[in-house]
Ligand binder design. Structure first.
Ligand code: PMP
Length: 345
């Protein structure tokens, strides 16, 4: 970038054009009819958080009073973002403590109970904090219910490529919904997958049914962004556009993501093996393997999580979540001892 002599002039309100093109193509695939037909409004955002916030401001202004349903549990900031945007929300069931898996029936029932035309906030992949994602078949059923109820899906995509190691696989949920012609909100983040945490780079996308609508929505997103932050920062946008636009850099990035996702899968397996070897009770620990992404819900309660910290000096969130990104293979045995002790004491 230095060699190219790029400057630090303001970007337009909607951000860097090359970034907006690249980010929509990464999300949907460059050949997606949504892109070919111009049915997507993409505005560069201040990473995942800022992109969610802009979408929330749009909902508050143009869908006033419409409730957003969020998963129980969800990433803690979702509630803050919706509260500060003045958007009402309620929760749908998601986590089943009995199976440490998805409460699929509860989730569907709560979506069916919500007033028609509600907005359903979904994690595109690698659900935070549980690490539990619906299967492809379950995503299709979720899409059926959303269509029947005329709800609008709102995807938070904070881990594309970082969960499975494949950008395409991690966008499966969003692409399946888009292929049905559904209208969607999608917030993207490049914090994890490109390690651009502090550059605050992401995007708000609104997928709609016609190019005319997409144009109007983009213009309204710009009206909302202008008084909030005027225009977004350029540096991270250039990094993403340069990496995606250069075949050698793009391949390097994908290989690094595969490496990171693969290492997380390895420690997941190692932790599972250690738990099975050490736990004589015959408890089924396979939920650890079924989860995806950097987080794992251990199923430990608050007091059990406190035992992890007070007795074993394992520092974790009190909801029982651990980050596998911070776990080395050498420490899996120790962690398994701590988890078993905390479970049964
Ligand atoms: N959504 C989810 C589910 C997340 O886990 C995170 C990061 N922890 C974000 C959004 C946003 O992160 P950022 O603002 O850094 O992109």
């Amino acid at each position: 970038m230095l060699e190219k002599g790029e400057n630090k002039e303001y970007l337009p309100i909607e951000g860097l054009a090359a970034f907006n093109k690249a980010t929509a193509e990464l999300l949907l695939g460059a050949d997606n009819p949504v892109i070919k037909e111009g049915r997507i409004a993409t505005v560069q955002g201040l990473s995942g958080t800022g992109s969610l916030r802009l979408a929330a401001a749009f909902i508050q202004r143009y869908l006033p009073g419409v409730k957003v349903l969020i998963s129980s549990p969800t990433w803690g900031n979702h509630k803050n973002i919706l509260n500060d945007a003045g958007v009402p929300w309620s929760e749908y069931r998601y986590f089943d403590p009995k199976t440490v898996g998805l409460d699929f029936d509860g989730m569907l029932a709560d979506m069916k109970d919500a007033p028609n035309g509600s907005i359903i906030l979904l994690h595109g992949c690698a659900h935070n904090p549980t690490g539990i994602d619906p299967t492809t078949e379950q995503w299709d059923i979720i899409a059926d219910v959303i269509q029947e109820k005329e709800h609008i899906a709102f995807f938070d995509v904070a881990y594309q490529g970082f969960a499975s190691g494949s950008l395409d696989e991690d966008a499966n949920s969003v692409r399946r919904f888009a292929a049905r012609g559904m209208e969607l909100f999608v917030a993207q983040s490049y914090s994890k997958n490109l390690g651009l945490y502090a550059e605050r780079i992401g995007a708000t996308n609104v997928i709609t049914t016609s190019p005319e609508l997409a144009l109007r929505i983009k213009s309204q997103l710009k009206r909302l962004a202008r008084p909030m932050y005027s225009n977004p920062p350029v540096h991270g946008a250039r990094i993403v556009a340069n990496v995606v636009g250069d075949p050698a850099l793009f391949d390097e990035w994908r290989a690094e993501m595969q490496l990171m996702a693969g290492r997380i899968k390895q420690v997941r397996q190692k932790l599972y093996d250690e738990l099975v070897a050490k736990d004589k009770s015959g408890k089924d620990w396979s939920f650890i393997l079924k989860q995806i992404g950097m987080f794992s819900f251990t199923g430990l309660s608050q007091s059990q999580s406190e035992n992890m910290t007070n007795k074993w000096h394992v520092y974790m969130t009190k909801d029982g979540r651990i980050s596998l990104a911070g776990l080395s293979s050498a420490k899996c045995g120790y962690l398994a001892d701590a988890i078993i002790d905390s479970y049964y004491n």
